[in-house]
Design a protein around this ligand. Sequence first.
Ligand SMILES: Nc1ncnc2c1ncn2[C@@H]1O[C@H](COP(=O)(O)OP(=O)(O)OC[C@H]2O[C@@H]([n+]3cccc(C(=O)O)c3)[C@H](O)[C@@H]2O)[C@@H](O)[C@H]1O
Ligand SMILES: Nc1ncnc2c1ncn2[C@@H]1O[C@H](COP(=O)(O)OP(=O)(O)OP(=O)(O)O)[C@@H](O)[C@H]1O
Ligand SMILES: NC(=O)CC[C@H](N)C(=O)O
Length: 679
Amino acid sequence: MAKTHPFHSPRTHGFVRVAAATPVVHTADPAANAEEHVALIKQAGAQGVDLIVFPELSLSGYAIDDLLMQDALLAEVERQIAVLAEAAEMAGVIAVVGAPLRNGDALYNCAVVLGSGAVLGVVPKTYLPNYREYYEKRWFAPAASRSEDTIVLDGESVDFAPGLIFEAVDRPGFVFAAEICEDFWAPQPPSTRAALAGARILLNLSASNIVIGKADERAVLCASQSMRTLSAYVFTASGWGESTTDLAWDGQATIHELGAKLAEGERFALESHLTVADIDVERIGLDRLRNGTFADCARLEGEPATVVPFEAGPGPAGDLLRPLDRFPFVPDDPARLDQDCYEAFNIQVQGLMRRMKATNGEKLVIGVSGGLDSTQALLVACRAFDRLGLPRTGILGYTLPGFATSEGTKSNAWALMKALGVTGAEIDIRPTATTMLEAIGHPFARGEPVHDITFENVQAGLRTDYLFRLANQNGAFVLGTGDLSELALGWATYGVGDHMSHYNVNGGVAKTLIRHLIRWVATKEYEGEAAAVLQAVLDTEISPELVPAGADGRLQSTEATVGPYALNDFFLFYITRFGLKPSKVAYLAHQAWKDAATGHWPTATPDAERVEYDLATIKHWLRKFLFRFFQTSQFKRSALPNGPKVVTGGSLSPRGDWRAPSDATARVWLDELEANVPE
Ligand SMILES: Nc1ncnc2c1ncn2[C@@H]1O[C@H](COP(=O)(O)OP(=O)(O)OC[C@H]2O[C@@H]([n+]3cccc(C(=O)O)c3)[C@H](O)[C@@H]2O)[C@@H](O)[C@H]1O
Ligand SMILES: Nc1ncnc2c1ncn2[C@@H]1O[C@H](COP(=O)(O)OP(=O)(O)OP(=O)(O)O)[C@@H](O)[C@H]1O
Ligand SMILES: NC(=O)CC[C@H](N)C(=O)O
């Protein structure tokens, strides 16, 4: 399929490409500064940038003191604005530049928005710093003192006000506003109002001199402003060339979205350069949609804003320019992964401890298969018992071999129970299963190799039956093991089956994270025999082991049936956390997974798991996921045991993040996928 299909363009999926420009500054030389601007605007155009923003007073230089009062300088700035408007039009970008501009008898520190060969509007600075090293009130008037809401530039009258909103008429969600440096150090930055009025991209033109610790301060402000206002925040501060008479300038440039950093430029660089990223304005819109507090705040605190319409450029093409995790539930930054595992494990342990305490429980029952989920639940139980001061012998682990249980998993189960010091026991479920299969007249009981769903569920059901009765007999409760990914897929036997338990510690944890959690606990808490058996569990292929090996000797493989968990967890995150369209989920999955050699992998990902998926494979499994998730498995999620929410992607408990009817159809998602994802 030719890469010219609109599916392959970031623009189709609601991305806006922004550039934070860091030009070399020529002190008090507007013509030289304009040349730097033109070069960067051309570069941006060539990279498919939609919106480029320059630092504060970028046309004059910031630290020029009383030169700001010179007629020759101010007139030259006005002349160069016309030059830049033309350059922006030629490059097909919207440019926002910093300039000192006269209006009436006052001088304002302004953001000038240029598009379609003209000035679209001018935003004067609201908060002028006049403390410590800053003396802006000596030269500038604040926005609030203006007597006019328009300004005449190059013979044209345009809007002149803080909080102007610029909205693309041809690109839904491409709505931005600008503020100037000190503005966002104020307790109530103008950009907060702009966001409440609909702006999704907030720009900051800054001339923030650098002192030790300042870069972190700005990064915190950018992250928190983008998180609090559910927006993207683009910050660019003046760099090399600003006057060092009394201060120094590092040219920090960052792009944040919903609290996360998308891109960061080189600081203390000596060359003009761009920091570019694709902002997901569609996702910002969806997040605002589901977060009622944003709308409530807009009603309480919002003010009407002047909206300036504009025509956007053709938009970004080629690959997506933003960081994209292959595993949304497993960060590839080792420090972050360590923190996530610490939190996930402690959430699980706390959940269980509280339930043990509340029920005066001293024992629990768990089916130990030697697979990933029951291993993780067992590790959680051990930690909870240790912290409660209860002997681990109160954890009653049962290995319950059936018709397809392999020697490998059974011996792992036994080794695990022994190494962890819990009470182990084994009950062969085959005689009881045979009795049940006989009673219901199943052909397997007559010796026929019929391994259908009934055959599978008889075993899963009997295991559960045994565990619940053992719980009654021992004054214990049954610990559930099913994970978030299995809940998404309906990959559990309903009711009388592994779907049910008295308390489930894994229901909030995605399968891709469970693997890393086991690795994390193994490294932090265990050594010797226990660490070795945990590694053996990690090395075992995921299988329910309900159907005997085929003629080729291969065991039933879960991922061969439901698709790779790596992809399923990717789909799950973007569909439940943000409500993205299937075509966009497919696009993001393709960008993240199409090339195993690019991007980052979570540390400790085995080489064999460093795979790639082409678009056809992604579409195939996404189709299955959508059908399972939206159409066939909700009834299983509507009746779930208690258990803690763990990941930000959401829980699937009907008492938590996800409520849905159990009798819906997946049609709208399947149709959207077929219509918009090429074969
Ligand atoms: N919307 C709805 N509302 C109410 N009931 C609904 C329903 N849709 C189906 N049903 C009924 O539900 C039943 C089907 O559900 P269910 O009995 O669960 O059976 P089902 O989902 O067909 O089978 C369970 C699947 O989970 C797999 N499994 C089981 C155990 C462990 C693991 C694992 O690896 O962890 C995997 C197993 O391999 C099998 O593919 C049918 O009787 C059907 O009529
Ligand atoms: N042979 C077994 N012995 C004891 N319990 C079992 C056995 N097989 C399954 N179970 C119980 O049923 C649950 C679901 O079974 P399943 O095999 O699907 O999960 P798992 O092996 O723990 O992990 P995974 O789903 O990752 O393979 C298990 O977590 C376990 O509690
Ligand atoms: N130019 C400005 O508005 C600078 C003030 C800003 N608070 C800073 O610390 O850099």
